[in-house]
Design a protein around this ligand. Structure first.
Ligand code: PLP
Length: 437
């Protein structure tokens, strides 16, 4: 059996295969650049593992209080080395990305302080953490105020209004690297650096925190290399490499991490407690694989942008733009196209491939949402996944792919699904193939 037959047996027609494979051949230079970044990051991670003498014993976990958990403490040193920070908190007790961000904020802000977002509205789930949408236990409830400066219409920082917004109460600035579900461009690490430099010139003691979700290992430097006092993220995204079954991290200044540890466990206990149970092996191995897994996901995102742009859909980022996170948005402008796309992604999954995703009224959203996910780790979005709200512009947000081969197959399945449903016509496909050759 050859590869084409294998694709056929998995529901991909010869025309779809030919088009996708031809297109892929045109992307090889782009893929080489991604491989260079992942080569550098692989060495960066390996260097950190070796420097801290990670040993077989580090893979073992502790139970109960978790005193003297050498594997956990060494892993935190490894993270601090990878991000070039003084310290890090990397724990299974941090339940998700939102929790890691809430922890970093709540532990470093005190009543009377002000939090500033100079890059517009933060990620949806942070609205309740901050109290933009009222919630029990929000920062607002504890007397922490919030101010926000939006990006300018062209995507630039609004330096004038950022300067005006900084006052004697401003204690912490939160900068979201990825666009999340917004349509603004994702920030490059160097742009984040410019913003931090500007802020620190006005008020040097402001804590600059970066929501690093989906950005880790996309570039050779991280926001902590350009002045961020804390970088924060989820282990079921890039840095967990697909293997971490849970967890979050905060890497940064010693004092910031100490505050976070005292809040996560208890004043006085801090980092000393917190059993790692059986997860350390997956945290170490996941971090080791993370540069490569991130590269695979990036290739998938670029491949998808190039395919869907050829058929006239709006893709954000577009087919040639530089990448600073692993998210790809495709605006279909038709509900049936969004649904067909997600069905294709689901049908490509290694787990739950036989189920059909249905739009549903997810808590916290103002319209039905469709989600495609067939992951080894529930909800993991470094694994191939897609979702989108059933409202204009009917955009699918697509990310992940533990292997490039699987990301490629998933996108081919999504494309086949649009073709089978008559949303894309075979005449269009023929023309597109001709234009590629
Ligand atoms: C995913 C994400 C979060 C929240 O992480 P969860 O693990 O879903 O709670 C926060 N910010 C950004 C930019 C994200 O992508």
């Amino acid at each position: 059996m050859n590869t084409i037959d294998m694709y056929t047996s998995l529901g991909i027609t010869k025309e779809v295969y030919d088009f996708c494979d031809t297109l892929w051949n045109s992307l090889k230079e782009r893929f080489d650049e991604i491989d260079k970044v992942s080569e550098y990051n692989q060495l960066k991670v390996l260097h950190a593992l070796q420097k801290h003498h990670v040993s077989e014993a580090c893979m073992l976990g502790t139970t109960g209080y978790g005193y003297n958990d050498a594997g956990r403490d060494t892993l935190e040193e490894v993270y601090a080395s990878v991000f070039h920070t003084e310290d890090a908190l990397v724990r299974p007790q941090i339940t998700c990305g939102t929790h890691a961000l809430a922890l970093a904020l709540m532990s470093n802000l005190r009543p009377g302080d002000e939090l500033l977002s100079p890059v517009g509205k933060p990620y949806d789930t942070l609205e309740e953490v901050i109290g933009i949408r009222p919630s029990k236990g929000s920062l607002a409830e504890y007397g922490v105020t919030y101010s926000q400066v939006d990006l300018l219409p062209n995507g630039d920082f609004d330096y004038e209004n950022i300067q005006k917004a900084i006052n004697e109460k401003t204690k912490l600035v939160t900068i979201q690297r990825s666009k999340g579900y917004a349509t603004r461009p994702t920030l490059s690490v160097s742009r984040i650096g410019e913003l931090i430099t500007f802020i620190k010139q006005i008020k040097p003691d402001i804590i600059c925190m970066v929501d690093n979700c989906y950005g880790e290992f996309v570039e050779t430097i991280e926001p902590s290399d350009v002045g961020a006092d804390m970088v924060v993220g989820s282990l079921i995204k890039n840095p967990g490499g697909g293997l971490a079954p849970i967890g979050g991290y905060i890497a940064g200044k010693k004092e910031c991490i100490e505050n976070a540890a005292y809040r996560l466990t208890s004043p006085g206990l801090g980092k000393e407690v917190g059993a790692s149970l059986g997860v350390l092996n997956s945290f170490y191995e996941g971090l080791f694989l993370a540069p490569n897994v991130t590269a695979n996901a990036l290739k998938g995102a670029i491949f998808a942008a190039n395919i869907y742009e050829k058929f006239g859909f709006d893709v954000i980022p577009n087919s040639t733009e530089s990448r600073h996170d692993i998210i790809q948005a495709v605006a279909f402008h038709k509900p049936e196209a969004l649904i067909a796309f997600c069905e294709g992604i689901q049908a490509a999954a290694p787990v739950d491939s036989y189920v059909t995703p249905e739009p549903w009224a997810m808590p916290g959203y103002d319209s039905d949402v469709i989600m495609a996910a067939g992951a080894f780790v529930s909800g993991s979005s470094i694994e191939l996944s897609a979702d989108g709200p059933l409202k204009a512009p009917y955009a699918a947000y697509f990310q992940g792919g533990l292997t490039w081969q699987h990301a490629k197959f998933g996108i081919m399945k999504s494309f086949q699904s649009l073709l089978d449903k008559g949303i894309i016509h075979s005449e269009q496909l023929k023309t597109a193939l001709k234009n590629c050759l």
